[in-house]
Ligand binder design. Structure first.
Ligand code: IPM
Ligand code: MN
Length: 350
């Protein structure tokens, strides 16, 4: 019996999660596993009404679940940073979900701006460190508000944090069993402290995985290669900030935010699965948002729980569906959010 915490959140979050839960119900019936869900209303809406973000007791409660399924947080009436830090990053950090896993895979029939590349060429995964770096909120202001103001934002990189992330990437590369190639994406030529540590740890851990070939690429060059020769990559490991940036680039080369999903993983704790696109306020309530990213996140959730058959079925449903949509973009799919969810369910048994 799985216990799944569901956080629909803001904007289009609830609409896409509804479709994901529909697919979960269908696939659980086919495969025959049991689950229960509990819905939490953490969101910008709740914050505006009650002033409440995520409290320590909420974190304690979330620790009791098998997984968390998240729609999106972000509200146009709430100052940027509050919900991100108070809800999303709070879960990632307090549950120590130290890996952010974001696959970049082009499904058959999906249009990518890289027209001459197909599903064979676009199939890699980014392992983004998810608990440190520039995201820890370390730094401060000096002479704030004056013309002499200084703002400092520090990147925190610990041996332990880097090592567990790099190790996860090597293990994943082995499990994928594809090109068996791990790329470290950094900026050793400029950020000489952080990336010195990353590079040393990477080399050290690599000795334990002789069957995996390794390479290092600067973040800027890597952005270029992701577009020019995506077939070059198998697994990419990088820090929190660079990972954030390159996975938006990854999202667009696999067809856009309509399909891009991510997992926030604590291998020994509770992990959280989410579409990476955010709350899309301008599409909210119109029934035009693409739920496939949320359904892909559900697929990752099932794989994480060890429900391999269910995960494969959901992917089959996704592949069945992408080939029938006019576009993966919100409002241009040729179908409503609900119809796309229904189509995935239909595809489970095709
Ligand atoms: C993401 C988002 C978040 C991040 C924001 C909303 C804090 O962009 O999940 O990629 O920067 O990690
Ligand atoms: Mn992002």
């Amino acid at each position: 019996m799985y216990r799944i915490a569901v956080i629909p959140g803001d904007g289009t979050g609830p609409e896409v999660i509804r479709e994901g839960l529909k697919v979960l119900k269908a696939v659980a019936e086919i495969v025959g596993f049991k689950y229960e869900t509990k819905v939490f209303d953490f969101s910008g809406e709740r914050y505006l009404n009650t002033g409440k973000l995520l409290e320590d007791k909420d974190i304690e409660e979330l620790k009791g679940f098998s997984a968390i399924y998240l729609g999106a947080v972000g509200h146009p009436q709430v100052k940027p940073g509050i919900l991100e830090q108070g809800i999303l990053l709070k879960i990632r950090f307090c549950l120590d979900e130290y890996i952010n896993l974001r696959p970049v895979r082009l499904y058959p029939g999906v249009q990518t701006p890289l027209r001459d590349k197909g599903p064979e060429e676009i199939d890699f995964v980014v392992v983004r460190e998810n608990s440190e770096g520039l995201y820890v909120g370390s730094g401060g202001f000096f002479k704030k508000g004056s013309k002499d103001e200084i703002a400092i934002q520090e990147s925190v990189n610990t041996y332990k944090g880097v090592e567990r992330c790099v190790r996860y990437a090597f293990e994943l590369c082995q499990r994928r069993n594809k090109k068996k190639k791990l790329t470290l994406c950094g900026k050793t030529n400029v950020l000489t402290y952080a990336w010195d540590l990353w590079e040393r740890v990477f080399k050290q851990v690599s000795r334990e995985y002789p069957e995996i070939s390794t390479e290092y690429t600067h973040i800027d060059a890597l952005c270029m290669w992701m577009v020019k020769s995506p077939e070059w990559f198998d697994v990419i490991v990088t820090d929190n900030m660079f990972g954030d940036i390159i996975t938006d680039l990854g999202a667009i080369i696999q067809g856009g935010l309509g399909i891009a999903a991510g997992a926030n993983i604590n291998p020994k704790g509770v992990s959280m699965f989410e579409p990476i696109g955010g709350s899309a306020p301008k599409y909210t309530g119109k029934g035009v948002i693409n739920p496939l990213a949320a359904i892909s996140a559900l697929q990752m959730l099932l794989e994480h729980l060890g429900e391999e058959k269910a995960s494969r079925l959901v992917e089959k449903g996704i592949i069945y569906t992408v080939q029938r949509l006019k576009s993966l973009s919100a409002g241009r799919m040729g179908y409503s959010t609900e119809e796309v969810g229904d189509m995935v369910v239909e595809g489970l048994s095709k």
